[in-house]
Design a protein around this ligand. Structure first.
Ligand SMILES: C[S@@+](CC[C@H](N)C(=O)[O-])C[C@H]1O[C@@H](n2cnc3c(N)ncnc32)[C@H](O)[C@@H]1O
Length: 269
């Protein structure tokens, strides 16, 4: 898959940008939240609408400096409008494959980005180049194969989910990237690689349960049309999956666990 097609696959619709807006450093990039310190310089690649990036800038404080980069110009505009006034924070349009920074940042990070790239090692090498010697690369990403629902979702959604994984995998995207990150870190030349489980669990009774578990209904409605054009589902199938899943959220759903790891490594040389 060429880079342009990969980028189109990663494009986000309105509903999914709401999901990004709801994310926070403390809740959605937990390992990074533990290690970021005042005064640090941090690069956040694939920053989306910048909610997590803003949290990073609040943690590094006015003596630090944080740059969010994303290939989607509209998201960068949105990030600037929402968070541009935060001291020490800037946003730039840019491609993870083309990062031109050399030895500039204490921490280079991404969350939920590599799962959308057909050549994650190439991006990881550019991210490693951007870290200072002694600096760290910290990546949080999913293994979508290891998703777990508590009660069983409707068959229409399970069929949609299988088609979604197939559509992604045929496009050259790695559904299990989280578990491959340690090996990729070694290949990028990073040392002292450490893995922290950071699974995302939501249970009925949590204040944001209905919004968070709905991610797959939102995915059916936002990715469904492209998947239908590509021949992986019909319009009727993705719409039924969305409707039945939303009904299931109201009635039987009890929990969802999205498997996520945070992997970090140090640039020693
Ligand atoms: C699922 S979103 C994650 C956003 C944010 N990091 C978060 O965790 O909420 C993935 C982001 O990666 C961006 N992206 C995809 N391909 C990219 C590339 N080649 N270079 C930079 N950003 C890219 C998308 O535009 C999108 O904003």
């Amino acid at each position: 898959m060429d880079d342009k097609t990969a980028r189109e696959r990663a494009e986000l619709s309105g509903k999914l940008t709401n999901v990004l807006d709801a994310r926070t450093l403390a809740g959605s990039h937990r390992r990074l939240a533990e290690i970021v310190r005042p005064g640090m310089t941090v690069l956040d690649v694939g920053c989306g609408t910048g909610s997590i990036t803003r949290g990073i800038a609040e943690a590094t404080g006015p003596s630090g400096s944080v740059l969010g980069v994303d290939s989607n110009a509209k998201l960068i505009e949105k990030a600037r409008r929402a968070h541009g006034g935060t001291p020490g924070l800037a946003f730039e349009e840019g491609d993870a494959y083309e990062l031109a920074y050399e030895e500039r940042f204490d921490i280079v990070t991404s969350a939920r980005l590599l799962v959308w790239l057909s050549d994650p090692l190439r991006a990881l090498k550019r991210m490693t180049a951007a870290a200072k010697r002694g600096g760290r690369v910290v990546i949080a990403d999913y293994n979508h194969v290891k998703i777990k629902w508590g009660t069983k979702p409707p068959a229409s959604m399970l069929a949609f989910y299988d088609a979604y994984l197939q559509w992604r995998s045929d496009a050259g995207l790695d559904n299990a990237i989280a578990d491959r990150l340690p090996a990729l870190f070694e290949r990028a030349g990073l040392a002292r690689v450490a893995v922290t489980p950071q699974h995302e669990e939501t249970r009925r009774g949590d204040p944001d349960f209905a919004v968070r578990i709905a991610i797959w209904a939102d995915t059916a409605s936002s990715r469904g049309p492209q998947m239908a054009k590509d021949g992986y589902v019909t319009e009727r199938e993705y719409k039924t999956a969305e409707d039945e899943y939303r009904e299931w959220i109201r009635s039987d759903a009890d929990s969802l666990t999205m498997y996520m790891l945070a992997v970090e490594g140090v640039k020693e040389r």
